[in-house]
Write a protein that binds this ligand. Structure first.
Ligand code: GLU
Length: 403
């Protein structure tokens, strides 16, 4: 099963709990448009290399397509299609006026120089700009894509189209039309969801937290949990993982990684495998990396009380069943990691209105919105005697259905 099969399986499981108009389900099961491009890039040695890229525009029912662009060696059409589908549901759960889309380029960006990366990013926009735009499709960062990459893309878009709003891309740097708080938004949104549900989740005031992933999302989430009195006992990057029973100082871990390019050898911590990290005894497990991390293979060995999904698609449907039966609460991606796209929608709105909101305003709006929706999903799950993923899907489908 690929990621999109999993996404459709999640849809089938939700609609088995509450039925919907079959026409809506058929519509939501196929993306509105998929574009595949071949991007020529002149490499530093003068040779031209071709890169494969995608943009999947899943649904514009509630607004312009919205979702990030991923640069990853394993990115393919199935993954991007699933991610686009989840964006549609996520924007509906978050109740923002956006549809769902996603992009990807099959590349390991760590193998490219800065110049090659810029030419690739601009090349992606050159191939796709006719189907992008503030009122059409608004991309943003995702795995391995940064505010700087967004600034190249929006600049290329402006050159090609004359658009001066900057609203064709979000997640831009602050001086280039970005919003206050966007960099922190996904991690912070996840933390607000956790705060909103904390008492109901039955976790201690000071929780033991494990974080998989140290990119923008995982790194910020780990720091936020630590700052708010929780103990982050383990963290990983794409190559290694470390554990320290009395807690890691995440800022120090980040500084160590910056200097040594690895987590291995961090003072006082023990190196473990990624598999061991996921199975550690803890209160909250935060997958903040890639899809398919908690599966039928390891679900029975998960010891966390709560899984807060800050990655997209980290838990397979088979694993969901095992976890639910074992009383592990999964706070689903389309709710838990919606903070990023929520603040992206604020950035888009500020660009279109030519406004600049303070960080305080951004964070207050984010917290109000995401806490409300977290409670909506929780109450729906309770009323329907189902899990939070099915409930979140149902809330999203109802909102998609009335449009
Ligand atoms: N890539 C992020 C996500 O998966 C953010 C998307 C956006 O800001 O449009 O939700």
């Amino acid at each position: 099963m690929n990621q999109f099969d999993h996404a459709l399986e999640q849809l089938a499981r939700a609609t088995a709990v509450q039925s919907f108009d079959p026409a809506l389900i058929r519509k939501i099961s196929s993306p509105e448009r998929e574009v595949r491009v071949t991007i020529p890039v002149v490499m530093d040695d003068g040779a031209t290399r071709l890169f494969e890229g995608y943009r999947v525009q899943h649904s514009s029912v509630r607004g312009p397509y919205k979702g990030g662009i991923r640069f990853h060696a394993d990115a393919d059409i199935h993954e991007v299609r699933a991610l686009a589908f989840w964006m549609t549901l996520k924007c509906a759960v978050a109740n923002i006026p956006m549809g769902g889309g996603k992009g990807g380029i099959t590349v390991d960006p760590k193998e490219l120089s800065a110049g090659e990366l810029e030419r690739l990013s601009r090349g992606f926009v050159r191939m796709l700009y006719p189907v992008l735009g503030p009122k059409v499709d608004v991309p943003a960062p995702d795995v391995n894509t940064t505010p700087e990459i967004m600034s190249w893309m929006v600049d290329e878009y402006a050159t090609l189209t004359g658009d001066t709003t900057g609203a064709a891309f979000t997640g831009k740097p602050l001086g280039k039309g970005g919003s206050e708080g966007r960099a922190l938004a996904t991690g912070l949104g996840g933390f607000y969801v956790f705060e909103a549900l904390k008492d109901k989740l039955g976790v201690p005031q000071s929780s033991r937290v494990v974080v998989q992933g140290m990119g923008n999302v995982g790194g910020n989430a780990a720091k936020l949990f630590q700052q708010h009195g929780h103990t982050v006992i383990a963290i990983s990057d794409s190559k290694s993982a470390i554990v320290k029973d009395d807690g890691l100082d995440i800022a120090a871990v980040e500084a160590y990684k910056k200097e040594h390019k690895t987590l291995v050898g961090f003072p006082g911590a023990r190196s473990i495998s990624n598999e061991e990290l996921l199975e550690l005894s803890c209160d909250v497990l935060i997958p903040a990396a890639l899809e398919h991390q908690v599966t039928h293979v390891n679900a029975t060995r998960i010891q966390a009380k709560v899984i807060l999904e800050l990655a997209n698609g980290p838990t397979t449907p088979e694993a969901d069943d095992v976890l639910f039966a074992n009383g592990v609460v999964v706070v689903p991606d389309i709710l838990a990691n919606a903070g990023g796209v929520v603040v992206s929608s604020f950035e888009w709105e500020q660009n279109l209105k030519n406004e600049h909101w303070t960080e305080q305003v951004v964070f207050e709006k984010l917290q109000t919105l995401i806490s409300t929706e977290a409670n909506t999903v929780w109450e729906r799950a309770h009323a329907l005697h189902t899990d939070l993923r099915r409930a979140a899907f149902i809330v999203a489908l109802e909102r998609l259905g009335v449009h």
